[in-house]
Design a protein around this ligand. Structure first.
Ligand code: SAM
Length: 283
């Protein structure tokens, strides 16, 4: 593998790179590579990187998005789990001394330790392996001190769920946590044709901007997570029933707070969920 020594306009199509190495995309690793040359630059430009930021990319692949990110910050770390691809991305990005490709599993990442190593909260990017989108987002939301903004290419349906505010039908349990900690926005859709192999679904770029302070006073994060899990675990049930797993008398609890105990859990707003959490924490 010959390392690339000078910065090209764009990196070669990942499909050609894989073929040149006798490799095929691994479905089990969610390998849908970006082959539309415009999309990586659009994603890179969407993350709101400021001067002095450190960028961390999840899933470097052949380095297509990494290449566009390399022009935005003085330090870019890109993680790749596939042991065949990590050295390929390393060779493709060899022209950029400030870019480091690490071989590793995002599921094993110690986010606080990584942020400490970087000396500041990171801007996190990724054309995510779709099978890990939820796990990745949950681990970031569990360690909000480790990052400042996140810009991800994910399945459209996932982006819609994450960005929907609690209380609307499209929202899920992950929406409550996301809205509590961040300002989420769905920026634009990406057609399956932009990838090789083409996924069966449309994708979308979403950005999560971390809030300076939580959107509501929830009393305690562990209690808030427990309330959210209970309300959304059986989303068709009335709240007075779904909250039974965490409180002996949910009807009285909700009525004392002026909330309708017959509403489905999924219908409560973030402020209402926060109120339930704060009350449980203080009781
Ligand atoms: N960034 C490249 C692009 O845009 O063309 C590749 C994106 S592809 C959708 C997702 C990448 O994540 C693949 O390269 C895949 O090998 C990698 N990946 C899958 N599971 C991973 C894991 N557990 N940890 C880190 N990377 C992983």
């Amino acid at each position: 593998m010959t390392p690339r020594v000078s910065r090209p306009e764009s990196l070669p199509n990942p499909y050609d790179v894989l073929r040149a190495h006798g490799l095929r995309p691994k479905k089990s690793l969610g390998q849908n590579f970006l082959v539309d040359p415009n999309i990586p630059a659009q994603i890179a430009g969407s993350g709101g990187v400021r001067s002095g930021d450190v960028i961390f990319e999840i899933g470097a692949g052949c380095g297509t998005l990494t290449h566009c990110l390399s022009g935005l910050a003085n330090k870019v770390i890109a993680l790749e789990y596939d042991e065949d691809l990590a050295p390929i991305a390393q060779a493709e990005l060899a022209y950029a001394e400030h870019v480091e490709i690490r071989h590793g599993d995002v599921r094993q990442l110690d986010w606080p330790a990584l942020a400490e190593e970087m000396g500041q909260p990171m801007v996190v990017y990724g054309n995510l392996p779709y099978y890990l989108s939820t796990d990745i987002l949950l681990s970031l939301l569990t360690h909000p001190e480790a990052w400042r903004r996140a810009c991800f290419l994910v399945q459209l349906e996932f982006a819609e769920r994450v960005c929907a505010p609690p209380g609307v039908r499209a929202a899920g349990s992950i929406s409550a946590l996301t809205h509590l900690l961040t300002y989420p926005s769905l920026l634009f859709q990406v057609s399956p044709k932009a990838f090789s192999p083409a996924p069966k679904v449309t994708s979308a770029v979403m950005v999560l901007e971390k809030r300076e302070t939580l959107a509501a006073d929830v009393g305690d994060m562990t209690v808030f997570r427990r309330v959210v899990r209970a309300l959304f675990a059986q989303r068709r049930k009335m709240a007075r029933s779904s909250l039974k797993q965490i409180h002996p008398n949910p009807t009285a609890l909700l009525e004392d707070l002026g909330l309708d105990s017959t509403l489905r859990g999924e219908r409560f707003s973030l402020a209402e969920i926060a109120l339930i959490s704060k009350t449980l924490h203080e009781s």
